[in-house]
Design a protein around this ligand. Structure first.
Ligand code: ATP
Length: 220
């Protein structure tokens, strides 16, 4: 059975860096589905800027026209910190036979050892790491050891087993971050073309990062 990619994030807001990464994974790794999983209460950072409902809405409008992209709101419905290990455990119960692939950017992977029950993640899912500019895969320390033990270059390994492998996959590098987008809006500049227009519309309507004019987007 084809793997399900699980792409967690605060998505505050979602942008083309996230979407292109997910799309390339969907195609190159032959995933059945990439499930976007907006984080309710991110354990590693303070309050989000947009609330959970808006972040969910932005992910929904950004993904609704792509076959294979789905949004899962289980972390938003759960109270307390959103631990990936808890999320993956509930997914594993729901899909006992399916390969599950946790998708992480390299920056997120490099922080893995600070995550709740991080060593158990590989027992319930594969980990797929998207290469981001300026980040190198570790070859020493606990993560270096994890890669040495579980690393694979074979995409088929992600299909033939349900969990337990780490695959590092280069994606087109789009150096966009949610922080940059929030900062742009905060100083009155337009983040158009860093994200789908539907996401920009939610930002403009809600003013969640500052005032963004709802100006007509097309020249008639
Ligand atoms: P922020 O700037 O608020 O920290 P972010 O842009 O890094 O946000 P997150 O929602 O924190 O976005 O990221 C979710 C996941 O997407 C993480 O695994 C992160 O590594 C990955 N990611 C973020 N931006 C990119 C990008 N431009 N290209 C590829 N992966 C990305």
């Amino acid at each position: 059975m084809s793997p399900i990619g699980v792409f967690g994030g605060t998505f505050d807001p979602i942008h083309y860096g996230h979407l292109r990464t997910a799309f390339e994974m969907l195609q190159a790794l032959r995933f059945d589905e990439v499930r976007f999983m907006p984080c309710g209460d991110p354990p590693h950072r303070g309050e989000t800027f947009a609330d959970a409902k808006l972040r969910y809405e932005m992910v929904r409008v950004a993904t609704e026209h792509q076959a294979g992209f789905t949004v899962d709101d289980r972390e938003l419905r759960r109270s307390g910190p959103s631990y990936s290990m808890d999320t993956l455990t509930t997914l594993r119960e729901e899909f006992p036979e399916r390969p599950l692939c946790l998708i992480l950017g390299m920056d997120a992977f490099l922080n893995l050892t600070t995550w709740h029950r991080w060593e158990e993640i590989i027992d319930v899912a594969h980990i797929v790491v998207a290469h981001r500019p300026g980040w190198r895969a570790p070859d020493i320390g606990p993560l270096g050891e994890l890669i040495a033990e579980h690393g694979t270059h074979r995409v088929d390994d992600l299909h033939e087993t349900r969990q337990g492998r780490i695959h590092i996959h280069a994606v087109t590098q789009l150096e966009i971050s949610s922080t940059e987008i929030r900062d742009l809006v905060a100083v009155g500049r337009d983040p158009r073309f860093l994200m789908p227009d539907e996401v920009r519309d939610v930002i403009a309507r809600s003013r969640c990062y500052g005032v963004l004019e709802e100006r007509p987007l097309s020249v008639k």
